[in-house]
Design a protein around this ligand. Structure first.
Ligand code: ADP
Ligand code: MG
Length: 929
C-alpha cells in the first residue's frame, strides 16, 4: 500500500491549499545534429505552426507547448514552462522538471545538466540565475537558505554526485568509481517521514549562498557523473540524474511584531520551504528486440527499471477511471518513482519536457516518447504550500482568531466575560506565537552557523574541455591534384596533337625536300647522259688518234706531193713525151693530193673544234657531277635528319602510347565504372523498391490487424451476436488466439523488415556522406584522404558519376526514410498494444478451467503443427545446402577455367601486338631508306 504522497493539504485563504493541476508537457524538438545530417537523415517531425501540435507520419499529438523546429523558439521554454515553477518556489510550492527522451534527443542539453556543451542555455543555469536574482530583490524582507543535492540513480542504486570522496576520485586520472560510497559510508536510502515526505538519507546536501557556488556544485556533480564510470555514454544514458534545490525562507519582519495587524494574505507566512527537482532521465530507448514476438528484449539486457516503473505510474495516474477506482500506483517499483512520488500525482507542480530527435531513423523512439509524454498530460497533481509545521499551527490559530472575531462582530457583542476570556486567549496565543518564533529563529541561526562546508568554487577541479580540433589542413591536397591532372591532361592532349602535327609537317616538308633533291638529281643525271653518254677519255683518245692518223695521212700525202713535185721538175727538165705524160699524170695526182690535204685539213679543223666543244661539255659535266655530289650529300644529310627525327618521334610516340594506354585503361575503367554504377544504381533501386513494397504489405497487414479486430475474445464473441453456447465461445477463443499469434508473427515480420531497412538506410547514408564530403572537398580543390574508408572509390569517380550516384542515393534514402517512418509507426502501435495487454493480463479473458483447457489444447495443436513444419523446413534447408555446395564447387571450377582462358587470351594479344609493332617499325624504316 502506498502512502499518500504529501502532508494533507492545509487550506488557507491565501490560496496555499491543494489545487488540482495537471502535469504540463512540453516537447522540445532538437535540430538534426551533424551526425544525423552526415548520415543523410530526413526530418520526419512536423510542428504545426502556431499550435502546440506535433505530427509524425500519420500520427498527431497535442501538448502544452512545442519548442524547436517550426514551433516556438527554444529560448521561450524557460519563460513559459520553468519560470512559473521558480516563482512558485517563493510561494512554497514544490516543483519538478523532468526531461524525458531517447539518448541523444537533447535531455542533458535542455536541462543543462552537462557542464560542457550548451551549459549556459540549459534550464538549470537559468533557474539558478532567476532564483538568485529574486533572492537579491527580496533579501531585505526575507531570509533565505538554499541547499542543493545532486544524485544519480544507476541500476537501482543511488549515487551521491556531491560526495567529496567522489570528487576526489574524479580528479584521479584513472579513477572509475562505479560504486561510489566509501567503504565505511552507509548507502543512500530513501526514507519516508510520518507525514509522507520522501527524503534521501545519506546523501550530501550542501548549503549554497551564491550563484557561483551553486554552479560549482552543478559542475562538480556533472563531472562526477561523467568520470564516475568507465563508459560515460553508456552510464549517462542509463542513469537518472536529479539535481534538487531546496529553498527555505523566513520573513524577517513578523507582522505580529509590526503591530499593524495587517490582513493575512498568505505572504505573511513566517516559514516556507519548497523543493525543485530537476531531472535528467535515462535514455528512453528500448533495447534491441530479437524475440519471436518482436517485443521482448534480448536476454541479459537490462531494462531500465526506473523508466519502466515511471511508465506504469504514468499509466496508472493518467487513466482517470483507474484513478477514481483508487487503483494502486506502483511508486515503490523503483527508486526513481519512489523519489519522484510527489512529482507525479502529488505535491508538486510538474513539467515534463519530452525531448525528441527529428531524424527518420529515430521515428519509432520519437513516437514512443510522444505517446509516453502524452499520457503524462493526464496526471493530476495536488501542489500545496509547504509551511513549517509550527507556521501551519500558527496560521490555523490565526484563522481561528479571525473567525472568532468575525463571529463576535456578527453577534454584535458578547458579555464582557466572554470578551475577556477571548482576549486573554488571544494574548496567550500571541505570546506563544512570539516564543515559538523566537525559538525558531534561534534554531535557524544556530543551524546556519553549523553549516559544515564551504567550498571554494575555484577548488573544484576544472577539466579542460577537450576541444576536438579537426584541422582541415591535414587533409591531403590530392583532390586538387586530380583537377590539375584533368587540366594538364587537356593541355597535354593539345600538345600532343600539336606535336603530332608538327612531326607530320616536318616529315612532309623534308619528304618534299628529298623529293625535290631526287628530282634534281635525276634531272642532272639525265642531263649528264645527254652531255656524254660515253667515256670522255676514250673519246679524247679516239679523237686524238684520229687527228694523229690524219696528221700522218697528211704527212704521207704531202711527201707524195713533194715527191711528185720533184719528179715533175725532173721530168720538165727531161721534157719528153713520156715525161709529159707522166708529168700530166703526176700533176693530176698532185691535184688530187692537194684536195686530199685540204680535205684532211678541214677534217682536222673540225676535229679540233669538236675537241674544244668536248672540253666545254666536259667542264659542264664536271660541274654537273659536283652538283650531283652536293645534292647527294644533301640528300644523305636530310635522310639522316629524317631518320633522327623519326627516331625521336618514335620514342616520344612510344612513351605517349604507353601513357595513352594507361589513360585508355583508366578511361575504359571509368566507362566501365560508369556502366557498373548505373547498373548498381538501378539494381539497388529496384531491390530497395521491392523490399519497400514487401515492407509496406507487411506494415499494412499489421495495421489492419491492430486496428481491425479487438484482441478480446469476448469482443469477438459478442460482435457476432449472442454467445450462449460454450462451443461457439470456445471457437471464438481459438479465433482470438490465432489472431494473437498472427499479430505476433506480423510484428516480427515488420520488425525484421525494419531492421533490414535500417541497415540499408545506414549504408546508403554512409556512402552519401562520403560522396558529399568528397564532392565538397573537390569543389574546394582539395583531394580527400585516400586512406579513409570508401574515399578511394569516391575519389576515383568522375564528378559526373559522383553526381549521379548522389542523386540516386538521395532518392533511395527518401524511399527508405518513408518506409522506415511507416514501419516505425506500426511498431510503436504494436508496442502500445502489447503494453496494454501486459498490464491487463492476456489471459484474463479466460473464465473457466474448461475454456483454459480448450485453449491449451488448441495451442498444443498449433505448436505441434508449427514444430512439424519447422522440421520439414529444416530438411529442405539441408537439401538446399547440399545443392548449394555443389553449385559453389562448379562455380569455382568454371572460375578457374575462365582465368586460364583469360590468361591465354592475354598472351595471344601480346604476341599479336608485338608482331604488329615490329611490322610497323620495319615499314617506317623501309619507307624512308
Ligand atoms: P541526451 O542527454 O538526451 O542523451 P544530449 O543533450 O547529450 O542528449 O544531446 C545530444 C546532442 O545533441 C549533443 O551534441 C547536443 O549538443 C545536441 N543537441 C541537443 N539538443 C540540441 C538543441 N536544441 N540544439 C542544438 N543541439 C542540440
Ligand atoms: Mg544526457
Amino acid at each position: 500500500m502506498d502512502t499518500p504522497p504529501s502532508p494533507s493539504p492545509v487550506s488557507s485563504p491565501g490560496g496555499g491549499g491543494g489545487e488540482d493541476c495537471c502535469v504540463k508537457v512540453a516537447v522540445h524538438v532538437r535540430p538534426l545534429i551533424a551526425d544525423e545530417k552526415a548520415q543523410g537523415c530526413k526530418d520526419c517531425v512536423t510542428v504545426v505552426p502556431g499550435k502546440p501540435q506535433v505530427q509524425i507520419g500519420t500520427h498527431s499529438f497535442t501538448f502544452d507547448h512545442v519548442y524547436g523546429s517550426t514551433g516556438s523558439p527554444s529560448t521561450a521554454m524557460f519563460e513559459e514552462c520553468v519560470a512559473p515553477l521558480v516563482d512558485g518556489l517563493f510561494q512554497g510550492y514544490n516543483a519538478t522538471v523532468l526531461a524525458y527522451g531517447q539518448t541523444g534527443s537533447g535531455k542533458t542539453y535542455t536541462m543543462g545538466t552537462g557542464f560542457k556543451d550548451g551549459y549556459q542555455a540549459g534550464i538549470i543555469p537559468q533557474v539558478m540565475s532567476v532564483l538568485f536574482g529574486k533572492i537579491e530583490t527580496l533579501k531585505h524582507q526575507t531570509e533565505f537558505q538554499l541547499h542543493v543535492s545532486f544524485i544519480e540513480i544507476l541500476k537501482e542504486e543511488v549515487r551521491d554526485l556531491l560526495d567529496p570522496s567522489c570528487l576526489h576520485k574524479a580528479e584521479s586520472p584513472n579513477g572509475h568509481s562505479g560504486k561510489v560510497n566509501l567503504p565505511g559510508k552507509p548507502p543512500i536510502q530513501i526514507r519516508e517521514s510520518s507525514n509522507g515526505v520522501i527524503t534521501l538519507a545519506g546523501s550530501t546536501e550542501v548549503t549554497v549562498g551564491s550563484f557561483k557556488e551553486m554552479a560549482a556544485y552543478l559542475e562538480q556533480g556533472s563531472l562526477s557523473r561523467a568520470t564516475g564510470s568507465t563508459n560515460m555514454n553508456n552510464q549517462s544514458s542509463r542513469s537518472h540524474a536529479i539535481f534538487t534545490i531546496t529553498v527555505e525562507q523566513m520573513r524577517k519582519t513578523n507582522p505580529l511584531f509590526a503591530g499593524d495587524g495587517s490582513p493575512n494574505d498568505g505572504m505573511n507566512d513566517e516559514y516556507l520551504c519548497a523543493k525543485l527537482h530537476l531531472v535528467d532521465l535515462a535514455g528512453s530507448e528500448r533495447a534491441k528486440r530479437t524475440g519471436s514476438d518482436g517485443l521482448r528484449f534480448k536476454e541479459g539486457i537490462h531494462i531500465n527499471k526506473g523508466l519502466l516503473a515511471l511508465g506504469n505510474v504514468i499509466s496508472a495516474l493518467g487513466d482517470e477511471k483507474k484513478r477514481k477506482e483508487g487503483l494502486h500506483v506502483p511508486y515503490r517499483d523503483s527508486k526513481l518513482t519512489r523519489l519522484l512520488q510527489d512529482s507525479l500525482g502529488g505535491n508538486s507542480r510538474t513539467c515534463m519536457i519530452a525531448c525528441i530527435s527529428p531524424a527518420d531513423i529515430n521515428a519509432e523512439e520519437t513516437l514512443n516518447t510522444l505517446k509516453y509524454a502524452n499520457r503524462a498530460r493526464n496526471i493530476q497533481n495536488k501542489p500545496i504550500v509547504n509551511r513549517d509545521p509550527m507556521s501551519s499551527e500558527m496560521l490555523k490559530m490565526r484563522q481561528q482568531l479571525e473567525y472568532l472575531q468575525a463571529e463576535l462582530c456578527a453577534r454584535g457583542g458578547f458579555s464582557s466575560d466572554e470578551v475577556q476570556v477571548l482576549k486573554e486567549r488571544i494574548a496567550w496565543l500571541e505570546a506563544t506565537n512570539e516564543d515559538l518564533c523566537r525559538e525558531l529563529h534561534v534554531y535557524r541561526s544556530r543551524c546556519a552557523a553549523v553549516d559544515p562546508r564551504e567550498i571554494d568554487a575555484q577548488d573544484i577541479c576544472s577539466v579542460k574541455g577537450e576541444g576536438l580540433k579537426r584541422s582541415l589542413c591535414s587533409l591531403e591536397a590530392s583532390d586538387y591534384q586530380m583537377v590539375e591532372t584533368v587540366q594538364s591532361d587537356a593541355r597535354e592532349i593539345d600538345e600532343e596533337v600539336a606535336k603530332e602535327w608538327e612531326h607530320t609537317l616536318l616529315q612532309s616538308t623534308m619528304d618534299k625536300e628529298l623529293h625535290e633533291l631526287n628530282r634534281r638529281l635525276e634531272e642532272k643525271e639525265s642531263e649528264m647522259k645527254l652531255v656524254g653518254g660515253f667515256d670522255t677519255a676514250a673519246l679524247k683518245q679516239h679523237f686524238g688518234k684520229k687527228i694523229m692518223e690524219m696528221e700522218d695521212e697528211k704527212r704521207v700525202v704531202q711527201q707524195e706531193r713533194d715527191r711528185l713535185l720533184a719528179e715533175i721538175a725532173n721530168l720538165s727538165a727531161g721534157s719528153d713525151g713520156h715525161a709529159q705524160k707522166l708529168q700530166d699524170a703526176h700533176s693530176q695526182k698532185l691535184k688530187t693530193l692537194e684536195t686530199q690535204i685540204l680535205d684532211l685539213k678541214k677534217k682536222q679543223e673540225s676535229q679540233v673544234q669538236l675537241l674544244k666543244q668536248k672540253h666545254k661539255s666536259d667542264e659542264a659535266a664536271k660541274k654537273l657531277q659536283e652538283e650531283i655530289q652536293s645534292i647527294k650529300a644533301q640528300k644523305v644529310q636530310l635522310q639522316h635528319r629524317m631518320k633522327q627525327e623519326a627516331e625521336q618521334f618514335r620514342q616520344w610516340k612510344a612513351s605517349r602510347e604507353k601513357e595513352l594506354l594507361q589513360l585508355r585503361k583508366e578511361g575504359r575503367r571509368n566507362e566501365y565504372e560508369r556502366h557498373k554504377l548505373q547498373a548498381i544504381n538501378q539494381r539497388q533501386k529496384m531491390v530497395l523498391q521491392r523490399k519497400t513494397e514487401e515492407a509496406a504489405v507487411a506494415t499494412k497487414r499489421l495495421k489492419e490487424l491492430l486496428e481491425g479486430r479487438k484482441s478480446s475474445p469476448r469482443d469477438n464473441g459478442l460482435s457476432n451476436g449472442h454467445v450462449t453456447n460454450g462451443q461457439s465461445n470456445e471457437k471464438s477463443l481459438h479465433r482470438w488466439l490465432d489472431h494473437e499469434l498472427e499479430v505476433m508473427v506480423n510484428i516480427h515480420e515488420v520488425r525484421f523488415e525494419y531492421e533490414k531497412q535500417s541497415q540499408v538506410r545506414t549504408a546508403l547514408g554512409e556512402e552519401l556522406a562520403v560522396l558529399r564530403q568528397v564532392d565538397e572537398l573537390a569543389s574546394k580543390g582539395i583531394t580527400p584522404p585516400k586512406g579513409k574508408n570508401g574515399f578511394a572509390r569516391a575519389t576515383s569517380m568522375s564528378p559526373n558519376a559522383r553526381m549521379s550516384r548522389i542523386a540516386s542515393l538521395e532518392s533511395m534514402l527518401s524511399i527508405s526514410s518513408n518506409s522506415l517512418v511507416a514501419m516505425a509507426s506500426q511498431l510503436s502501435e504494436a508496442e502500445e498494444r502489447e503494453r496494454s495487454l501486459t498490464s491487463r493480463g492476456r489471459w484474463n479473458q479466460l473464465r473457466s478451467m474448461g475454456e483454459a483447457k480448450s485453449l491449451l489444447q488448441h495451442m498444443f495443436h498449433s505448436l505441434g503443427d508449427a514444430r512439424c513444419q519447422m522440421w520439414e523446413k529444416d530438411m529442405e534447408i539441408k537439401e538446399i545446402k547440399e545443392q548449394f555446395k555443389e553449385l559453389v564447387n562448379l562455380l569455382r571450377q568454371s572460375e578457374t577455367r575462365r582465368k586460364e582462358i583469360e590468361k591465354e587470351l592475354r598472351l595471344r594479344e601480346q604476341a599479336v601486338a608485338i608482331a604488329l609493332a615490329t611490322a610497323a617499325s620495319v615499314g617506317l624504316i623501309s619507307k624512308h631508306s
